[in-house]
Design a protein around this ligand. Structure first.
Ligand SMILES: Cc1cc2nc3c(=O)[nH]c(=O)nc-3n(C[C@H](O)[C@H](O)[C@H](O)COP(=O)(O)OP(=O)(O)OC[C@H]3O[C@@H](n4cnc5c(N)ncnc54)[C@H](O)[C@@H]3O)c2cc1C
Length: 344
């Protein structure tokens, strides 16, 4: 039986969750995801979000990070996290969903975490469901707003490829949320986090990494602020030079529609959509892509969408913030030149 601290007598002014689970220690735990020793932008959003959830519940946000980190972890306190548990170990620099799940579960238990927050990125998508099974915790993947705690714990998420919202009521003692990238803005405040070493144990990894092949391209697609994407309208792989030029000028990542990847015009790690990567950059430029529902499912959370298509009836224009009707082979080089001039 776990030992719980005494519950404060005056529970009248405590948030609903605290009063319904009157013996729980409340804490919000955020998983900090890293790549090559650097904290991912999506994790900064998750920390800001987790800190706000904690504030709503009248508690504090803590975080867990696995492996070595080059960034100053204590400085993440400015996003609202008070304490960061770091599980060290070179082997943890390689992602292993089973090992990560076991370690995060141990930190969650020690921190008395009742709400655990991930980013709904590749790591979060692999670990959050496993942790949910292990902790018998309700999971909402792809949360897009703070939970409504006025009457229970209700979380809003996108459904039907972004065509509708669902409000999910989570009734389990421990709750897991994974936040859609770009759904919640980072807020920088003041403060430093306390960084503590956490001794956790996990069985040896069942997955052995023999080699790692890095995706080409200067900017990783899932973390990119700007994405330049092209489809079958480009006619063939030999025409991607102008797409890459535009991407380079904007310091953007490149992406493509599925038929383009299927035809091996571009690598599969650039394929976005329902069956590819789901991305949410600040700016998504779609060139010669029709805008099929399966494509939109992966990109419709982008903040601003610019569509270039020679067909004014292309469905993508309905989802666009800005549309240019015309031949991509004329427009894209002109656009690149104009941006170069603008950048001086
Ligand atoms: C189960 C399932 C899952 C799928 N998953 C995905 C997915 O994850 N991602 C995905 O992308 N698709 C997916 N698809 C495929 C999807 O339905 C579409 O077929 C696909 O997105 C179309 O790709 P496209 O827009 O590049 O090509 P097209 O539909 O051929 O469109 C080409 C566009 O280029 C325009 N164009 C042509 N020439 C020019 C020019 N010179 N200048 C400007 N515009 C030009 C045309 O007007 C047209 O709109 C899936 C399909 C199924 C059934």
């Amino acid at each position: 039986m776990p030992v719980y601290p005494e519950v404060p007598k005056d529970t009248l002014h405590l948030p609903a969750l605290y009063t319904t689970n009157k013996y729980s220690i409340m804490s919000v735990l955020v998983f900090i995801d890293t790549a090559e020793g650097h904290v991912k932008k999506s994790s900064l959003e998750a920390i800001t979000y987790g800190a706000k959830v904690a504030e709503q519940l009248g508690t504090t946000a803590e975080a867990v990070v696995l492996g070595s980190v080059a960034d100053d972890l204590a400085a993440l306190g400015k996003y609202g996290v008070k304490k960061i548990h770091q599980v060290a170990g070179d082997s943890l620099n390689h992602f292993d969903a089973q090992v990560y799940t076991k370690l995060i579960a141990q930190v969650a238990a020690a921190a008395g975490a009742k709400v655990i927050v991930f980013s709904n990125n590749v790591t979060g998508k692999a670990v959050a469901p496993r942790l949910s099974v292990r902790l018998k915790a309700g999971l909402v993947s792809g949360a897009v707003a703070l939970p409504d705690t006025s009457n229970g714990f209700v979380v809003k998420k996108n459904v039907f490829s972004g065509k509708a919202f669902a409000n999910i009521s989570v009734n389990t003692d421990v709750k897991i949320l994974s936040l859609s990238p770009n759904a919640y803005q980072t807020i920088e405040g003041e403060g430093m986090a306390e960084v503590v070493a956490f001794n956790a144990t996990a069985d040896a990894a069942k997955v052995k990494i023999i080699s790692t092949i890095k995706a080409s391209g200067e900017v990783p697609l899932t973390e990119a602020e700007i994405v330049v994407s092209a489809g079958r309208g480009l006619k063939g792989p030999e025409n991607w030079g102008m797409v890459e030029d535009l991407a380079k000028t904007l310091h953007a990542a490149t992406a493509c529609s599925r038929p383009v990847a299927d035809a091996h015009w571009r690598p599969h790690n650039e394929h976005v959509g329902q069956t590819g990567f789901a991305i949410a950059p600040n700016l998504y430029i779609a060139i010669g892509i029709s805008g099929a529902i399966q494509h939109l499912a992966g990109v419709n959370r982008s903040k601003v969408i610019v569509v270039i298509n020679k067909d004014p009836e292309a469905p993508f224009f309905k989802a666009a913030d800005y549309g240019i009707v015309g031949d991509a082979f004329e427009i894209v080089p002109q656009m690149t030149e104009a941006i170069k001039k603008l950048k001086g």
